[in-house]
Design a protein around this ligand. Sequence first.
Ligand code: UDP
Ligand code: MG
Length: 314
Amino acid sequence: MTYSVVAPVYNESATLPHFYRRVTAAMGELGDPYELILVDDGSRDSSLETMRCLRAEDPRVKVLSFSRNFGHQIAISAGIDAAKGDAVIVIDSDLQDPPEVIPDLVAAWKGGYEVVYAVRTGRKGETRFKLATAKLFYRLLSRIAAVDIPHDTGDFRLMDRRAAMAMRGLREHHRFMRGLSSWIGYRQTGVPYVRQERYAGSTSYPLRKMLKLAIDAMTSFSYLPLQLATSFGFSIAGLSVLGIILTIILRLTNRTVAGQATTLVAVLFLGGIQLIFLGVIGEYLGRIYDEVKGRPLYLVREALGFDEEGPDPR
Ligand code: UDP
Ligand code: MG
């Protein structure tokens, strides 16, 4: 058995040496050969130098460095593209996902599961806002998504070689890795763990990025936002038929509805609804445009420890 541990890194120089130490200890427990693939997602601090130092001391450490910041989900994808192991483990490098859980994931994998995701039974050191929005997001997503995406999971998971190959075949640009990892199917199971506080630094997922990830997830796995326009259209059309009948009756009995305000409200209401759905179509259209352009998912500036130039970003 060989393992690939994939960790995305964005400005984690303070955490990296501790992360390396704890991964080494956890993997040592398993006793099988492994590689640790650190993907530098365009860090602005000294993360890359720290990675080079780690690699100089331990050739099991491999380094991929992007030409700029491409985002967490893309960094994970690049690591999976490059992984050679029989099992690929994806783990955050900020020590929020404890490396000590890896042997549990491996045990479930050896029990015959091809995708083993880690389920957060608790989250330490997160703001109440983040907890509440995350909870709402997972509930909403499972209502509308076409695939079953397990609640309260992150990207911390183990994938069998076959599952990792399947993930490698999915080249969409707006990637929601948790959803894709459910979409591929195979035998899947969850292992509980408690998500820890960040070792150092602060989250690089502000509200703006969380919203983008949420919209990527919704548009990748559901047409419901588009279909809502149809149901809205039918209800408003139905309502207006009632309005027509009412107006005729009022006319026949020589009464009228007060004019200007009613017209204004109706026009503004419908104008608003139409603009909202134009925006929804725009979200999908923009994503189609991004796919059609066919740009590579990421660009690698430096690949240490890989043959040739590193993984294929297409
Ligand atoms: N990360 C990354 N690129 C980014 C943002 C984050 O590779 O643009 C990495 C980061 O180093 C960490 C993981 O992705 O290992 C999760 O990011 P973060 O801890 O900021 O998110 P949170 O855990 O707060 O959701
Ligand atoms: Mg984190």
